[in-house]
Write a protein that binds this ligand. Sequence first.
Ligand code: MG
Length: 395
Amino acid sequence: MKRIAILGSTGSIGVSALSVAAAHPDRIEVVGLAAGANATRLAEQVERHRPQVVSTAAGAVLAAVLAALPAPVRAGLEHAASGAEGLLAAATHPAVDLVLFATTGTTALDAVFAAIEAGKTIALANKEILVMAGGLVMAAARRRGVAVLPVDSEHNAIHQCLLGRPAAEVRRLILTASGGPFRSWSTERLAGVRPADALAHPTWRMGRKITVDSATLMNKGLEVVEARWLFDTPADRIDVVVHPQSVVHSLVELCDGSVIAQLGVTDMRLPIQYAFSWPDRWDSGLPPLDLAACGRLEFGSPDLDRFPCLGLAYRALRGGPALPVALNAANEVAVEAFLDGRLAFTAISRVIAGALDDAEESGPPDPMTLADVRAAHARATRYSRRRTGELQSKR
Ligand code: MG
């Protein structure tokens, strides 16, 4: 029996993870659930999965969850908490074997380190954690002998392709990118993209921020940074290939030139279940991949002139340790402004480029501590808010 905690249980990954748990009641026990503000959905999940620990972002949400639960379910809860304390309680509960981080942003940073120290297996769907503090997280996991399993479909594919292979045999990691909805748009047309255009992703159904990130290719940029840390591979050995069908989830090139790929249906339950079942595999009940129905699989190079965000991610990895932190923080600010209608789609990369320049000047210590990471994040956030305001007034 795998005993799991899910942080971010009401988001799209969290909901898929609970459907994996529901499909394997004899193999998975849900011990902890943590969510943000969706009290109704969390209460339904608690009633269905009967965890021992429940946590919400704010105390008022927790009160609403508890009030919505039938008395016997409420009585079965061992611990109910909110805020940072709640996340830590769910991530470190003694009965938990594996913690799935399906949170967004940087909320769960402390909980990741606490879960590692408590010896839990880490399943990571929360990109920002590795982008900001990948070196620190992976060093802590190595020290504690804890596995970090990627749930992001591309990294999950690479994890599968690499399984048991010595690093000396690996020449290149190749991440596939759908290319987003504007793959074939001209720069002029891109300047007029509205939030509604960006939110229509061709293959994956996801949250708003990550859908915009897919449209700018920053999602792939963040994934290059993630891959650098997850697989301890320098950026010059990580490539991106555009593959609109999203059937090949990623590839690994070996030293003899052989390329190993992982293919599958586009359903996040597959990588989530892989993380839950690892090192074993279970029947998923998902429909098999029908290659004949896929027909044609296309591959192309990403256009870094039209989609500069991907190039900025490589630049961030080549620079000092503060640059990936700034990349992520600036992107968060710029995407939020774009979604609010305050920033042009093509100005997202300008805000980020400026934040990288600013981070280069700041010169924090290398390697950075977690406090340095937080300071770099705060600095880039401040810079990007100011820069977003300037670009807005010019519109
Ligand atoms: Mg991905």
